[in-house]
Ligand binder design. Structure first.
Ligand code: ADP
Ligand code: LRH
Length: 477
């Protein structure tokens, strides 16, 4: 039986897990879990990258020593810059920082949406790496190498530099047809090619641990770090327990990533206008999806309320009548950190609705609104791609939220299969397991997840007229 360690850093928490994988066996053991708390200093919002790395080292120490390999995934788009001698220049900035305000609009006006989309096939999000780099052009001038977060951690563990493909596809600078950095786009933007390392495929061995890392963690010096689908969403979708291609997914954590899996990109004008993205997955697959604001709305509300008991609050929200107030979850004012209940109330007032009066009503508003966001994105993904869908797989922390799972089934008019909670970690482990010959292909990876992980099915029981009316109230029809 092989044992793999997976490091999975989500926007709200990180974990190091060890996994046993063999024929009919896929067992995760959590060795370390830690919160991922952004820090604001002198007005800039940062990730606590060294705190995260310290937790990774402690987690790996606890996971060892009998491991076959280690893999790392994290949230997308963010990066660290290295100087010529490989030293980190400045602390990585959080994608929700305000430094990108107005940058995307400027670049879109200058280069044209059709050009940007035709190259990268990426949805227009203000924090895509391309816009962050242009917001921080002065930093770029002094830098030698850009590493996305999992590549930065892998560099610290191994000393090897490279750019893993699935995450590179979230930068806005990768040509989605050729799957290489777009030299033409870099040139047009005046971004130096030297910054962008050679690309690596999921499953490629990055290298063994640095001797000092091996000594510090007590792990064997020849333990390989393997590139996985290092974009967390790519790992999560790799572990969706789908039996055939007729599925949609909601990778539901801080964000809801909602779409279908396709054999190649769809670069249509209709898709561009609907802001659908073409992110690279394992084995040449494309995640054709749109970001929905996700449980961020709930996380920030909980923070404003001093973190009350979540299961109790969700139970209370389930008793609140539906659709009293609904918002478009993707309204731009919900993106930055802040007083989310107040913003939701303001949004309700501005759209002529009575704002939620209690915490339970606010949570109900968030759940109804997220379900409306899931419905719109599932429907559009089907229409724009032509893919037929029989089931929605909802994976990630949100699959523990029974209210949201049921509302999503009702809103979509499709069964929802909820779980696994730790889909991202499982995808990370399975890509490693495949690299070491333990599983064969994507279909076998998904079969193993379906056969071993607890899943729960929700049948749709909604009133389609009521959902359609609520959707049109928030412009998501
Ligand atoms: P990320 O990877 O973006 O950090 P996760 O996939 O870990 O996010 O999901 C975190 C979310 O899962 C939390 O914000 C919370 O809303 C939800 N969650 C976690 N535990 C529970 C629970 N017991 N009941 C309902 N929802 C939960
Ligand atoms: C989810 C995620 C998502 C990106 C966002 C920045 O964690 O990787 O796929 O859009 O973070």
């Amino acid at each position: 039986m092989n044992a793999f360690a997976a490091v999975d850093l989500g926007a709200s928490s990180g974990r190091v897990m060890s996994a046993r994988v063999g024929e009919g066996v896929l067992e995760l053991t959590e060795v370390r879990r830690f919160t991922n708390r952004p820090v604001r200093a002198a007005g800039t919002l940062y990730w606590d990258i060294l705190g995260l790395y310290g937790n990774v080292l402690d987690g790996l120490k606890a996971a060892g020593p009998h491991l076959t390999s280690v893999g790392i995934d994290s949230w997308a788009v963010d990066y660290g810059l290295l100087d010529r001698s490989g030293v980190l220049l400045g602390n990585p900035v959080h994608y929700r920082d305000a430094r990108t305000d107005g940058v995307m609009e400027r670049v879109r006006a200058e280069l044209g949406d059709d050009h940007l989309y035709d190259v990268a096939g990426l949805q227009f999000l203000p924090f895509n790496t391309i816009y962050q780099l242009l917001a921080a052009r002065a930093d770029v001038d002094g830098a030698q190498t850009l590493l996305l977060i999992p590549d930065l951690l892998a560099y610290w563990l191994t000393g090897r530099i490279g750019a893993e493909l699935t995450n590179a596809s979230t930068t806005g600078l990768l040509d989605v047809r050729t799957r290489t950095w777009s030299a033409a786009l870099l040139d047009r933007l005046g971004l130096p090619e030297r910054l962008f390392p050679e690309l690596r495929e999921p499953g490629e061995v990055i290298g063994p641990l640095r001797p000092d890392v091996a000594a510090e963690t007590g792990l064997p010096g020849d333990l390989p770090v393997t590139a996985v689908a290092s974009h967390d969403t790519a790992s999560a979708v790799a572990a969706v327990p789908a039996r055939d291609e007729r599925f949609a997914y909601v990778s539901c954590g801080t964000w809801s990533l909602v779409g279908v899996e396709l054999p190649g990109p769809v670069l249509s004008e209709a898709g561009r206008k609907a802001n659908f993205t073409n992110e690279v997955g394992v084995d040449g697959t494309i995640r054709y999806l749109r970001n929905v604001m996700g449980l961020w709305l709930l996380q920030e509300s909980m923070r404003a309320w001093g973190d009350p008991d979540l299961p109790a609050l969700l139970e209370a929200a389930a008793e609140v009548p539906p659709f009293q107030a609904v918002v478009n979850p993707d309204a731009p004012e919900f993106l930055p950190p802040g007083d989310m209940p107040a913003r939701i109330a303001d949004h309700c007032r501005a759209t002529g609705q009575r704002p939620p009066a209690t915490q339970a009503e606010t949570v109900r508003c968030i759940m109804d609104s997220l379900a409306l966001g899931h419905r719109a994105a599932v429907r559009q993904a089907m229409e724009l791609s032509g893919r037929q869908v029989d089931v929605v797989h909802l994976v990630g922390g949100g699959s523990r939220n029974a209210l949201l799972c049921q509302l999503t089934a009702d809103a979509c008019g499709l069964p929802v299969v909820a779980g696994p909670v730790e889909a991202t970690t499982l995808g990370n482990v399975l890509v490693q397991a495949r690299a070491f010959g333990v599983v064969k292909d994507l279909a076998e990876m998904r079969e193993l997840v379906a056969a071993t992980q607890p899943l729960r099915r929700y049948e749709p029981a909604g009133d389609e007229h009521a959902w359609a009316a609520a959707a049109s109230r928030v412009g998501l029809a």
